[in-house]
Design a protein around this ligand. Structure first.
Ligand code: FO1
Length: 319
């Protein structure tokens, strides 16, 4: 089983879509998805891991079809009652979703690692692919804004990404150990490619890349690293990526994504509407594939997964 493993690095909704595409075109034992945990936080006494849960629910076929996060067929009685009791309701936890947070919090309190809890939840949800937290150590993203420092979910959900961004801090990152299975795969000749999913580069992927030793491990890995641009035609497919790029005075283009990942990527997959940017990406010494990257249907997810894998085979052995 050599050169067959795919390691995908993912944030929440956008990353989960491509992870699902990869899950549908690869045998389950060939896909490992590593999720950002910088968005994790304690809320109402519970440990919430939004990106792990989004990827888990998506691969289990149980994610909310419009929101992307949370579960399908959700009800909100706990939130309604919490509102009556004048509790905190800015972060929406559905009745079914709460079961995940209750169980995770209980198992963590009993001394299980986040990886072990995630493995338990994935098994219970019937997920055959491996889903790993980027680290078992706590890392918390803070956003430096024009209004001061905000904890990630306060910036993202409570303030709806309104304050202008000046920078990011990943608290705890210096002492966080990258998940050992991610490091093992990166050093293994079983690895065919690392895929950086079309997630927000600053908020979702940078916390993973900031783990001590990870950039070095990516550069040293014999497998090509391929990033899928989350920018299409001057805008982000979802979320605040375009707004953040503007606030950081960066052009909203796949070229910015290629430059952001320049020291680690071998290939970039960009949207057909951005074809004109491909030559400049080549000039950086990075291979580029142009295709449809907007994943509206399941078929779109699979097509994009095929394009990523095809670029990976082209680049195999060229690193
Ligand atoms: N995102 C929102 O915009 N509003 C919410 O109320 C919200 C609740 C929520 C609950 C559980 C969960 O796993 C995710 C949730 N998200 C919500 C999404 C989430 O906070 C962000 O999408 C990610 O952290 C960014 O990747």
């Amino acid at each position: 089983m050599s050169h067959k493993q795919i390691l995908a690095l993912s944030g929440g909704v956008g990353g989960a879509k491509l992870a699902l595409g990869l899950a549908r075109v690869l045998p389950a034992e060939q896909l490992t998805v590593v999720c950002n945990t910088g968005d994790d936080f304690e809320h109402l006494g519970l440990k919430i891991c939004p990106d792990l849960d989004t990827v888990m629910y998506t691969l289990a076929g149980r994610s909310h079809p419009e929101q992307g996060w949370g579960l399908a067929n959700e009800s909100w009685q706990v939130m309604d009652t919490l509102r009556e009791l004048q509790g905190e309701t800015w972060f929406n936890l559905g009745d079914r979703d709460l079961a995940t947070h209750l169980l995770r919090s209980q198992l963590l309190r009993q001394g299980l690692s986040l990886s072990a809890v995630t493995q338990h939840l994935c098994h219970a949800l019937g997920i055959a692919q491996k889903i790993l937290p980027m680290s078992d150590d706590t890392v918390s993203t803070s956003v430096l804004t024009e209004n001061g420092v905000l904890a990630f979910q306060h910036y993202f959900v409570r303030e709806r990404c309104a304050p202008a961004v000046r920078g990011f801090v990943f608290r705890g990152i210096e002492h966080a150990r990258p998940h050992p299975e991610m490091l093992r795969l990166l050093g293994s000749d079983e690895l065919m490619a690392v895929v950086i999913c079309p997630s927000n580069p600053f908020l979702s992927i940078d916390p993973i890349l900031a783990l001590p030793g990870l950039r070095e491990a990516l550069r040293a890995s014999p497998a090509p690293v391929i990033a899928v641009s989350p920018i299409v035609a001057g805008n982000a497919i979802k979320g605040p990526t375009a707004k953040i790029l503007r606030e950081l005075n960066l052009p909203c283009s796949p070229m910015t994504i290629a430059e952001h990942y320049r020291d680690i990527v071998d290939g970039v997959v960009l949207d057909q509407l951005d074809e004109t940017h491909a030559p400049a990406i080549f000039d950086l010494g990075i291979a580029a594939t142009v295709t449809n990257t907007v994943m509206r249907s399941l078929d779109d997810r699979e097509q994009l997964a095929h394009s990523v894998l095809s670029l990976a085979s082209t680049l195999a052995g060229k690193k």
